[in-house]
Design a binder for this molecule. Sequence first.
Ligand code: DMJ
Length: 931
Amino acid sequence: MSEAGGGRGCGSSVPQRAPWSLVAATAAFCLVSATSVWTAGAAPMSREERQKLGNQVLEMFDHAYGNYMEHAYPADELMPLTCRGRVRGQEPSRGDVDDALGKFSLTLIDSLDTLVVLNKTKEFEDAVRKVLRDVNLDNDVVVSVFETNIRVLGGLLGGHSLAIMLKEKGEYMQWYNDELLQMAKQLGYKLLPAFNTTSGLPYPRINLKFGVRKPEARTGTETDTCTACAGTLILEFAALSRFTGATIFEEYARKALDFLWEKRQRSSNLVGVTINIHTGDWVRKDSGVGAGIDSYYEYLLKAYVLLGDDSFLERFNTHYDAIMRYISQPPLLLDVHIHKPMLNARTWMDALLAFFPGLQVLKGDIRPAIETHEMLYQVIKKHNFLPEAFTTDFRVHWAQHPLRPEFAESTYFLYKATGDPYYLEVGKTLIENLNKYARVPCGFAAMKDVRTGSHEDRMDSFFLAEMFKYLYLLFADKEDIIFDIEDYIFTTEAHLLPLWLSTTNQSISKKNTTSEYTELDDSNFDWTCPNTQILFPNDPLYAQSIREPLKNVVDKSCPRGIIRVREESFRSGAKPPLRARDFMATNPEHLEILKKMGAASSIDAEDGLRFMQEMIELSSQQQKEQQLPPRAVQIVSHPFFGRVVLTAGPAQFGLDLSKHKETRGFVASSKPYNGCSELTNPEAVMGKIALIQRGQCMFAEKARNVQNAGAIGGIVIDDNEGSSSDTAPLFQMAGDGKDTDDIKIPMLFLFSKEGSIILDAIREYEEVEVLLSDKAKDRAAILKGKMIPSYIINSNPEMENEEQPSSENDSQNQSAEQITSSSQEVDLVDQESPEESSLNSQPESPSPADTDNAASVSASEQNSKPMENHETTSLDGECTDLDNQLQEQSETEEDSNPNVSWGKKVQPIDSILADWNEDIEAFEMMEKDEL
Ligand code: DMJ
């Protein structure tokens, strides 16, 4: 262990030792001590079961990595639905997401140190040889500086760190001569031109061959970057400098960090999401701990851990204090405005913030970490995965989930700190969900919509770099890992850098530090001292006691910290404040209260502020509520067996699938196909789900005609050729302006591309059975009582290979008899939840026919936005409508006002409320008019 640190004192009760020693070393201590004293709460997990889960993680990794190597390498990433490599330029552009792809075999490099952690030393040796033989870093391709740094530079350095460790052990990598480090250095020099700005903040993108600003570079005109993009370099750059002795990298990364620190909003000590790299002005002044900022905070604390430089700890503590003061509303973490930190900037949270509880563990602040983690876990339990964004009342805001690892990361660190077996059970659920819902024959596919269970043809490299590491480490004992993990620090991409770097080539450490530090008095650190009482609780039920009150938080309405406290005080008899949801324009008392809200008292002011916020939230909520969520059409007959899930639009009439059991039936085309007159083939659609073409009459008319013919449901297929839910926003089918209560059957809408999958399936297999539901069903439930091939049931991948149809023809020729003869009766007669089912529904290995079908499900890689999310375009990019509204408002404020103190909650509310006075007057006018 490095002797780094001796950080800022936190009062006499806390040792003058860097908090990082509370990271690896003490987390391990907690693990040992806590498990040995564990007496109640979650039942301890036996070593046998932990090993079983660890082995499951290994098998899953093999499935992901093996398919990448077999079907995608040397491409950057695997497309798991079409089972091929993603090559930039050969697929439709996905915008910024593609900036991670530099034609440098990204997934292989990102996986290097995972191989060693998972004890796959031989495979690591092979992988390193492949990187050295095949990877070219001199491609004419524009990549993200941030992504290239954390994934590729970090991957090479992590690989190098473990290669030299193995070499020293004397068995593997004996031939290794720092070749990965040389590549890392070459890449480091390629990234340096990005720093050619007066501020020292890097350009967000660089051309690997031509750098920036040359005409051939096709980049260098950008003016803005995200805070995390500029502030997540120090670990990799400092490691590169210290490994090689070339000081320039660490110097550049330090300069960028110094600049960000200088630009923090001085009264709130928060940073915004994006900054102008030339002027240093904040472009987006909202501030949270998720997208756009996350790893900036992470790297300040970890830079202190790795480099032992007090200034980083001091900066981190200052920011942390501000985060806990303004952003943290346990269990929520809500973005605020840097100039008006009492004002929430959003009513939703993003999935990237799930790393934060892990960082809080490293910091030693366990209680809020447990609370936020528990809240996130409940969201996961509701949707199987953490949606990219979810509202403060835990509804899905952006339904995608690209298999992000942040929650697994926090689970691992919380387990290390508390030793509470509860976190092992959490990890087990993550494993089960990945296998149940994301596993496909050729890897693991990102969720396109967690509500419907539909997939995207994408498996990001971070899934291999991070997810499998954290899950494996969660269940591993010390002896399961061939080196001491506590000698390393995890980068934001979970690459491992050795802590001994802190004592190597230290000469550069402070050379370029431009900031001056004012001593902050201890009150600034109330939130931040690692509290040994909390970190090493004697009470084995400590974590459980914190989780308990939050058990049902997701099922109830959002518990906003400030509101909760206020409400408690009103229980004592005083009149409760007027809430937006109760407001009635015709109630004079309400109008009177509203008027008073603009008055002098800070309590009234607070009520006024909240009322206005709630009004905004309420109106956006009401808008959303008029929109029904998307539905799922799942093909359940042979050979699909539930694997093909199509995202469908709902109807404002007919059976509501969210309230009723799903409808299952064979499909039949209606005649006439447009369904605009009485059907001429009622015998064909009777008892079936009718397929109808869009157009020529109202949706409701089509529904009535197929219902009259005896259909049990209807699917309207778009007549607009080539349309797809991948590229067009879904919509709901409206009624015809008349009473539609007579329509009793469920009706769903499919775009042409999705619809043609069903039509093709009919051509191919004649009998096609589908399930119409609000969410794709677990395959175990679908297959209940069915005769199914054993390769579907059997979870052993080798068995899959033995029994799967070996070619397209084999697959297609497989008759019903053949299926029956090689099948097992699944004896699950009545409805049973997927979780209860003993059927292990591992998917079979791919056959070309299967993957073709899967391919057409997600043929386009455009990110589609589910209906609920019409305002959201990108987590890293633009804001929501509400964001923009509030942002515009805050942009009129001065950039920084050192005279304003946000230290006390009451004071700023008055000044914030002044901004709302006009609105309140407008309200009064409006009410008068109505009266
Ligand atoms: C990873 O690439 C890194 O963890 C990064 O800091 C942000 N998140 C992605 C995975 O979600």
